[in-house]
Design a protein around this ligand. Structure first.
Ligand code: GLU
Length: 484
């Protein structure tokens, strides 16, 4: 594999809403390419669309990148010598660059009102053709004063007849120059448009590769023409496939799991599970491997292996990956990682006890926020208010001896047990034989009485961890409640 020279890449979100996991995929791919090539990952905030700004969005973007473990090398938080990294703080830079193109004739002033432009748009729509500005303001007889409000438009040149590029993902792409419209570069309020700021910054920040969602493909010919107008070389473009919901729906929605990285972390998804999952949204290494560590991803990630076809966001797969990583994690690491997720009562119990409880649920834990639900009975006596105890007690499998009689016999039998797993098993099996009931029936009765649940980890292991005192107390409490 030829080694690539260090890339300078950027993730350039607009702070127009919260960043969901589908959109941070572009950030991850950029980070991976930077790390793979030993390059630099830049975060640039494209906040020139002032009407659509959302408070805190910049903070959320930074937090999400950090939570995923892909903090930028340069950006608004980190600083760097190519800053500022917020476009709204670079207005002078855009102005001076616009002046250069105004002088060369690549940009021209346009005073057209929104009413006039709307009328042109409506006419184009009626005629069934794509809207293109009619260059009214190019004619000197239509010029107004430079002090009158106006925008600067880019004059699409006559040649070349086609604007094309070799996309690192999509292959050769091209657009006819006649399809392109004289787009606005600088708005009347002095803010640049996305196209203009994007190109100026990609050049000044020495960006070598642009990895972005393929919705930006139609913008790319405009960018290439701007690069050419400045006499600059364009970066390598790599347009990433769209991320769709599991039903192949066009846009990923909240219901599909399109929430922020922070929300996933709060639910106890591991950053490395999220990273492995997000990396698979449009990339694979050509094998059937399902889970990759961050180091493996960095080593294996290449632009050639980014796919063209849409990627499917399947929350079940993410949860499966997360559960698998949890199951395979050393218990001590899991204890450390689950620190924030224990039910409140757990904190008064020893670390050793918590470790034993954790060991018993590790197998079933898919994400850490499930911990309270799976372990609460280790720390709090069941209240039996959810009906599980009654339901089990009234099950037809209990005849003679009755449900409560079985609980009482179990309590008697366990009084002198040492509560080792081996003894618990031998004694309780013996008790079932003595009572002439199926072991499974007796065990279900003991399980629901001691845990309050029909489903819990292995019975003998659970009883051992709970210990004699708690088990005897709960067997009594359940029996008393039903006898009342
Ligand atoms: N600001 C654009 C966005 O929100 C950036 C597109 C690009 O990377 O060029 O996605």
């Amino acid at each position: 594999m030829p080694m690539s020279s260090p890339a300078r890449v950027r993730f350039a979100p607009s702070p127009t809403g919260y960043l969901h996991v589908g959109s941070i995929r572009s950030g991850l791919f950029n980070w991976l390419w930077a790390r793979h090539t030993g390059g630099v990952f830049v975060l640039r905030i494209e906040d020139t669309d002032r009407a659509r700004l959302v408070d805190d969005a910049v903070e959320q973007i930074n937090d999400s990148l950090e939570a995923l473990g892909i903090a930028p090398d340069e950006g608004p938080r980190q600083g760097g010598k190519y800053g500022p990294y917020l476009q709204s703080e670079r207005l002078d830079i855009y102005k001076s660059h616009a002046d250069k193109l105004l002088e060369s004739g690549a940009l021209y002033r346009c005073w057209c009102t929104s009413e006039r432009l709307d009328a042109l748009r409506t006419a184009a729509q009626k005629a069934g053709v794509a809207f293109k500005y009619d260059r009214f303001c190019i004619k000197s007889e239509n010029h107004k004063s430079e002090s009158d409000p106006h925008v600067l438009r880019f004059k699409i040149p006559e040649t070349p007849a086609v604007v094309g590029w070799d996309d690192a993902v999509r292959g050769h792409l091209e657009f006819k120059i006649t399809e392109l419209d004289d787009f606005v570069a600088l708005k009347s309020d002095g803010y640049p448009t996305y196209h203009f700021a994007n190109v100026v910054d990609d050049h000044l920040m020495e960006i070598s590769h642009v990895l972005r969602a393929d919705e930006w493909v139609p913008s790319t010919p405009k960018h290439i023409l701007l690069f050419a107008a400045f006499g600059w070389n364009e970066p390598v473009y790599a347009h990433l496939p769209p991320v769709q919901g599991p039903d192949g729906k066009k846009k990923l929605s909240k219901r599909d799991g399109a929430q922020s990285v922070g929300e996933y972390i709060d639910e106890g998804y591991l950053p490395e599970a999220l990273m492995s999952f997000l990396a698979s949204l449009g990339w694979n290494d050509g094998t059937t491997q399902e889970i990759y560590s961050p180091e493996e991803l960095i080593q294996k990630f290449t632009l050639e292996r980014i796919q063209k076809s849409p990627a499917m966001f399947d929350l079940e797969r993410l949860t499966w990956i997360n559960g698998k990583l949890i199951r395979e994690m050393p218990l001590e690491s899991l204890l450390e990682r689950s620190e924030a997720f224990w039910p409140p009562d757990a904190r008064t119990f020893s670390l050793e006890y918590r470790l034993q409880a954790l060991e018993l649920v590790q197998e079933r834990l898919k994400f850490l926020a499930e911990l309270p639900e799976l372990t609460d009975f280790f720390f709090t006596d069941p209240t039996y208010t959810d009906g599980a105890l009654e339901a089990e007690a009234h099950s037809s499998r209990y005849g003679s001896p009755s449900f409560t009689q079985q609980l009482d016999k179990a309590r008697d039998a366990l009084k002198s047990s040492d509560f080792s797993i081996e003894q618990l098993e031998t004694w309780l099996r013996q008790l079932a034989a003595d009572l002439d009931v199926k072991p499974g029936t007796l065990f279900s009765a003991i399980r629901v009485a001691t845990t309050g649940k029909k489903a819990a980890p292995g019975l003998f292991e659970t009883l051992r961890v709970l210990g004699r005192e708690i088990c005897l107390k709960r067997l009594q409490a359940a029996s008393d409640l039903l006898n009342r």
